[in-house]
Ligand binder design. Structure first.
Ligand code: SER
Length: 340
């Protein structure tokens, strides 16, 4: 019997590094799309790898025509800091690219007579707290509250969430196959394999990678800045748990997930525990500080825990001690170039 096909966009990015091998080991044929060639360590997990932009309509059509994916994992995006610098590019990639893909997924579902599961990584950037007082008072935000993003990336993600949910409901109502849309609002993610680029939660991974390499680091937000974070292995595990959850167990299409919510100063302390000589200072960049000040300090993820068993393994201590430090020591002791 042929294997189910998983189509992953933006496959060479941060999340793809762990997601592609995980999909392969769960029995999928992985078809990957990215702007640049995939690094060999993840390219080997793919049945096919296509080098193209998410805005390249003929390339996307060809993927659906040749491979008929059962599940689409749409990771390609311009992240939040870059989106503020180039909002037109962000709109094109994050919104127009998403609309085109969802249309193809819908056509595939109709032609094949079965739903296409569409996994969408949304973000805490969909929330928009007006000021520090509101952020503190809000505590762990629920999915319904404060969805009024202050930045382009968050606006793009809200639209993706709403479009996917709408198309799913529309197909159900018509009694037709269509999208089975499922989204997670990820917190900031920290990976030992790669560094993100163009995000605003990047200070956490950047700080720890710099400490492991013995390089000084100047953090672009204030020490008291607090955001929810999660390790990449926990994020990938949750994404795949939601993808395989029985439809009847889902009470919503869009879920918060959290793991730990440290201040930037607490991340620094955790790094110093293992790399006592690390030089980590703070030099806030107002534009980036303003973005994280509008994001919540914590998220309410009770629905994800109840509906499909979200249960992250790593708190801050475990993340640093059991995952990041051993992997980064191996990586940088082996003389590896800084993660990209
Ligand atoms: N971590 C992302 C960013 O900082 C948000 O999803 O842009």
């Amino acid at each position: 019997m042929s294997k189910p096909v998983a189509f992953v966009t933006g496959a060479g990015g941060e999340m793809g590094h762990l997601l592609l091998p995980a999909l392969k080991s769960r029995g999928y044929d992985v078809v990957a799309l990215d702007l640049v060639p995939l690094p060999p360590e993840i390219g080997s997990s793919c049945k096919a790898a296509i080098e193209a932009s998410i805005l390249d309509a003929p390339a996307l059509e060809e993927v659906f025509r040749r491979h008929h994916p059962q599940i689409l994992l749409h990771l390609a995006a311009v992240l939040s800091t870059k989106a503020e610098k180039d909002p037109d590019l962000a709109h094109d990639v994050n919104t127009n690219g998403t609309v085109a893909l969802f249309r193809l997924a819908r056509e595939e579902a109709l032609a094949a007579g079965r739903n296409v599961v569409v996994m969408f990584p949304s973000s805490i950037a969909v929330y928009g707290l007006p000021d520090a007082r509101a952020k503190e008072a809000a505590g762990a935000v629920r999915e319904e509250d404060w969805v009024r993003p202050a930045g382009m990336y968050g606006i793009n993600k809200v639209y993706g969430e709403m479009l996917g949910s709408y198309l799913t409901a529309r197909a159900r109502k018509a009694g037709e196959p269509g999208l089975d849309f499922r989204a997670i609002r990820f917190p900031g993610l920290v990976s030992a394999e790669t560094l993100p680029s163009g995000g605003t939660s990047d200070y956490a991974p950047e700080m720890i990678h710099a400490a492991a390499q013995g390089r000084p680091y100047s953090c672009f937000v204030r020490p008291d800045t607090r955001l929810p974070f999660m390790t990449m292995p926990d994020a990938v595990e949750s994404f795949l748990s939601l993808a395989s959850a029985p439809a009847e167990s889902l009470t919503r299409r869009v879920y918060n997930i959290g793991a730990f919510s440290p201040s930037a100063a607490e991340i620094r302390e955790a790094a110093l525990e293992h790399f006592p000589g690390a030089e980590i200072g703070f030099d806030p960049v107002p534009a980036r500080q303003a973005i994280v000040d509008s994001w919540p300090a914590d998220v309410d993820d009770r629905s994800a825990r109840a509906d499909w068993g979200h249960a992250p393994r790593h708190g801050l201590r475990e993340a640093v001690r059991d995952y990041l430090v051993p992997a980064l020591r191996r990586r940088y002791a082996a003389g590896a170039a800084p993660a990209r």
